[in-house]
Ligand binder design. Structure first.
Ligand code: CP3
Length: 356
């Protein structure tokens, strides 16, 4: 554990970065996955003005505005760049559309031949507005607030690229990976390469930490989990560390279950984000002794609010705030979340040092 004990080691001024550097803070820093989004009326206004979701992601002034909206209301310790994990396939030239009420739709890459439809040549050109958003946000942030860049992990991005949309079974992407391991490896290698380049460009533009979202890690059996989740993540972390040793990388392997410990230790991530299924006391004993952890209130408790939310929140804080910890949800904020409940949550976290 890198817990700095030497009194002369100075604490990073941003609490979120201090926690990721291994410091235990009296009041844990917090932010929420999907903290910007449709539960906020001011987001819905900007979203309407932007036209499409992709236009919103690719218009820096508007993307910057919606990045800052939740911070103005709730004063989170970190902002997360407003964008989407599917901007990577967009950068590779795959046709992408967000259909109201149905989520993302892509023209699917069904086999290795279709990889020809993808090209790395215009990747940065197409995504320049994302990097410009990072520049604008870092300029606008309060001194104590950190900026998180992000990408989807290759496996999760491949899920959408091959399946063409969200899915219950993910039969097409798993089928491709099982049927043609070499062809699927070509797609994964391409995604690894562009993910490193994409995160590096966000860091160059001002991102102070990066999170890798592996939302569909949990649908893989153990052997492909190692090959398609742990190994690519390890190589991405290693590549980033060569150029940006000081930038923390946070991994979020949702649904990793019994493989969460292996993921945490073997990928080299600086911190691990816990999904809602991970018992906080288990995480304290098995993970937090190695790395800072982030998580993991059920987003639906934030929809419920009141006592149910407060009780579970305190349980998480009591268990995990004795070590390096960033409070978050175990998955993204739900669209039906009442904004007042986020206010209640923020107030409870802020008053934790007096209530503990
Ligand atoms: O506030 C933030 O967290 C930053 C922005 C962000 C978005 N998506 C904005 C968004 C982040 C970090 C993401 C990550 C993302 N995107 C993931 C990983 C995390 C997770 O939720 O598991 C995934 C799987 C996606 C892919 C994606 N984007 C889906 C499946 C959908 C449709 C579902 C939905 O909620 O509508 C999106 C669209 C999307 N991405 C929206 C937002 C705010 C809603 C689009 C809208 O406003 O119409």
């Amino acid at each position: 554990m890198s817990q700095p004990t030497d009194q002369t080691v100075s604490l990073p001024e941003k609490p979120y970065l201090a926690a990721l550097a291994g410091h235990t803070l009296e009041r844990p820093p917090f932010w929420l996955m999907r903290q910007a989004g449709r539960y906020l009326p001011e987001y819905r206004d900007v979203r309407r003005r932007a036209g499409s979701f992709i236009d919103l992601c690719l218009t820096p002034t508007l993307a910057c505005e919606v990045t800052l909206q939740p911070l103005r209301r709730y004063g989170m310790d970190a902002a997360i760049l407003f964008s989407d994990i599917l901007m990577v396939p967009y950068g590779l030239g795959q046709r992408l559309d967000y259909v109201e009420g149905e989520g993302p739709q892509l023209e699917p890459i069904t086999d290795a031949h279709q990889l020809e439809r993808l090209s790395i040549d215009h990747f940065h050109d197409r995504l320049t507005p994302v990097y410009e958003t990072v520049r604008q946000v870092i300029q606008a942030l309060p001194d104590r607030t950190a900026l998180i860049g992000f990408a989807g992990s290759p496996w999760t991005v491949a899920c959408y690229m091959v399946q063409g949309a969200g899915s219950k079974e993910w039969d097409k992407v798993k089928g491709f990976a099982y049927r043609d391991p070499a062809g699927f490896a070509a797609l994964m290698t391409l995604l690894e390469t562009v993910t490193v380049a994409y995160l590096a460009a966000q860091i160059d533009a001002g991102a102070e930490a990066v999170q890798l979202f592996d939302s569909w890690a949990g649908i893989l059996p153990p052997k492909p989990f190692r090959r398609l989740v742990i190994e690519p993540t390890r190589r991405i972390v290693q590549a980033l560390k060569q150029h940006y040793p000081q930038i923390p990388v946070i991994g979020f392997p949702r649904g990793a279950g019994m493989l969460l410990e292996a993921y945490t230790l073997e990928t080299g991530v600086d911190a691990v984000a816990l999904d809602t299924t991970v018992p906080p006391d288990w995480a304290a004993r098995h993970l937090q002794c190695h790395r800072p952890v982030q998580g993991n209130l059920d987003p639906i408790l934030l929809v419920a609010g009141g006592e149910a939310m407060a009780t579970e929140l305190d349980d998480i804080l009591r268990t995990l705030s004795r070590g390096p910890f960033v409070f978050n949800l175990g998955h993204g904020v739900a669209q039906v979340t009442p904004p007042e409940h986020v206010e209640q949550l923020a107030a409870l976290i802020r008053s934790w040092p007096e209530r503990r």
